[in-house]
Design a protein around this ligand. Sequence first.
Ligand code: ATP
Ligand code: MG
Length: 428
Amino acid sequence: MTRLSEYLLPTEKQPPADAEAISHKLMVRAGLIRQMGAGMWSWLPAGWRVHQRAVAIIREEIDAIGGQEMLMPVLQPSEPWRRSGRLDIDELFKLTDRKGSELVLAMTHEEAVTFHAAQVVQSYRDLPLILYHFQIKERDEPRPRAGVLRTREFLMKDSYSFDRDQAGLEERYELHVGAYDRIMERTGLRFYRVESDVGMMGGLGAHEYMAPCPAGEDQIALAPGYAANVEVALRSPDVQKTADGYTVGAQKLSIEPAIEVGNIFKLGTRYSEPLGATYLDESGRELPVWMGSYGIGPARIVAAAVEQFADEHGISWPRALAPFAVHLVAIGKPGTPELAAAEQVYDTLRDGGVEVLYDDRELGPGEKFADAELLGCPLRLTVGRRAVESGEVEVQVRRGRAAGTGLPLGGEPAELVRIVDELWRSLP
Ligand code: ATP
Ligand code: MG
């Protein structure tokens, strides 16, 4: 049941005065998000639908590689953070309870999950394991910015793998590479998986999933068949500096801004050693567990999609993320045959399982079309007098704004649903 006359979608003609990023401007204007304070955002109903689509895709793919979903707290004792050596990080929010106990608000969950692994993983028979959750992270970001691209509180899917040795970690890591590739492909985003710069930290290996977009704060180096983190590229022996820029092989390297949407790490024993997560092998030897950590932010997936596909009229969702498949616009006053026809199309689509937002408000067509283009659902159906006269519902495809074919009005309901479904499946 989604009638716009009863739905909270507070669209705005003007973006917030302080907004620079496209996603910040458009997501507020389209009524998807609202700000409460610096880096503190609420998701309104339509925005939350989009966010939850990203969450559902992530959950399916992590389940498919054997991830077990759980939930760990945000409010945590500070002791494990002291043991891991991360208590003094500036981004970490610290607080004290009424009894004087020191607590932290988790910025990520390596400490928590390793704390549990130390208690529950006993022998090699308990391994391997992939545990994950969707949980809020709190971070005292130095510069919260760009709407939901960089906030101080956000939901992250973080998974953690536990293995007997490095070979096992490599296996669990490869499974995550596959899952993350599929997640990114399914969202419809343009993305690159690049090796991250772990040199300084002496890590065992890591990759970042980067979505090119104007508001991105990272930079990636691109050439046909080549993508890398800029720092990694500039250190690579394959990359040469020439008079007019950098080259890799015979190709010119272009540098593009991008936002990191996902990040995967081979942790090794970085956390299991200080937190005492060990297991007994076949011969009864006590060994540290080999871990990996894998994060992804649904909010960044959503904002990056806005950045990548918006045009001068508004958002243009890839169909996998769209809040609704169909935005149905009724043009007609109460009591007219055109409004009755629109109501009927709405009932038909809804009963046929199509996710439809029905604009039944008593507003002029101009305002309704402007809101539809701003919100960016992939298909717009219009039912007005012209449709009643011609016996055809007008269809607009948001991406590219090409007019589609008309749909038969007043025919078999199942036929209308079938055509809409087919059209929907053909979209990017
Ligand atoms: P960045 O370099 O952009 O600060 P990060 O390296 O701190 O990111 P991770 O700690 O690896 O990020 O977090 C994993 C994922 O969580 C990121 O890939 C991103 O999708 C998301 N994320 C991180 N920080 C934020 C934030 N401040 N707001 C929204 N999402 C975030
Ligand atoms: Mg960060």
